[in-house]
Design a protein around this ligand. Structure first.
Ligand code: GLU
Length: 278
């Protein structure tokens, strides 16, 4: 049985790219899961969670099991982090870096791989930890010794591999949140028995570190379907701040959601939009 999932962050209204991802995930899954990635409490909003349900209902896309809500699962993430800590695979990092904020909901970019390792050699200092804000980072060199270099298979059968330089000391728990995107994503995919991770090609750079975490935590290896991204016809990305291609705006304009989902499932797009590789 193929288990797929759709895992939006409720930080804005869903747009056409999300609808494509959800339609593809639904069509590929005998069992299709919905997960709300709301760990970033600063940016997540209840009305956007409602918007996700509303938009999926409009598209006629149904999910099979109770919705998994990450903010309700923090104890599970903490336990996994502790297990990694007991094995000496993570260290506390006290650096104040504005881009740390990216690690939670914006897995794009190279903030994780560019961390210079300042706090890695520090001995554990519980007193400092008790008084100073800190995040937890993966000691990637140690992790790779155990896990080996990561590789994965895409749904079309192609194999991908990553080099050590693509695996940085990623943040596994943020200063202000008990987990990070990478850690909670692999824990939840495994907990839901996800066999195919369907998501946009912009998230492919997250896959090496997530494969490492799966190896460290003894989780099964899913197949990945990193799909093309939906852009405006002229190649501009769909941004959450763009109002035009939100599903809410399409619905208001009288578009039939079920027909739209059918079109997307066939790999086609409405006029005015195009696919790009990343
Ligand atoms: N929550 C992420 C996003 O909305 C997706 C994570 C994933 O599919 O792995 O970009």
């Amino acid at each position: 049985m193929n288990v797929t999932r759709f895992a939006p962050s409720p930080t804005g209204r869903l747009h056409l790219g999300h609808a494509f991802s959800a339609a593809l995930g639904r069509s590929r899954g005998d069992n299709f899961r919905l997960r709300i990635e709301d760990l970033d409490q600063g940016r997540s909003r209840p009305e956007f969670v409602e918007g996700i349900f509303e938009d999926l209902r409009w598209l006629g896309i149904e999910w099979d099991e109770p919705v998994l809500v990450q903010s309700q699962r923090t104890a599970i993430y903490e336990e996994a982090l502790e297990a990694l800590r007991d094995r000496g695979l993570v260290y506390a990092c006290f650096c104040t870096r504005a881009d740390i904020a990216q690690s939670l909901t914006a897995p794009h970019g190279d903030a994780a791989t560019s961390y210079p390792g300042t706090c890695r050699p520090l001995p554990d200092d519980p007193e400092r930890r008790a008084t100073t804000p800190h995040c937890w980072r993966l000691d990637s060199a140690k992790a790779l010794e155990i896990a080996g270099l990561p590789s994965w298979t895409e749904a079309d059968g192609s194999r991908f591999g990553a080099s050590a330089s693509q695996i940085g000391d990623a943040i596994l728990a943020r200063k202000d949140a008990p987990s990070s995107y990478h850690l909670s994503c692999v824990i939840d995919d495994a907990a839901s028995g996800v066999t195919t991770v369907v998501r946009g090609a912009d998230l492919r750079p997250s896959t090496p570190i997530q494969r490492v975490l799966q190896e460290l935590l003894g989780m099964p290896e899913p197949t990945y379907l990193h799909h093309r991204l939906v852009t405006h016809e002229d190649g501009r990305r769909l941004a959450k701040r763009d109002l035009a291609p939100t599903l809410a705006a399409m619905r208001a304009a009288g578009v039939d959601g079920r027909e739209l989902a059918d079109v997307l499932t066939k790999g086609q797009l409405p006029l005015g939009f195009a696919f790009s590789e990343a």
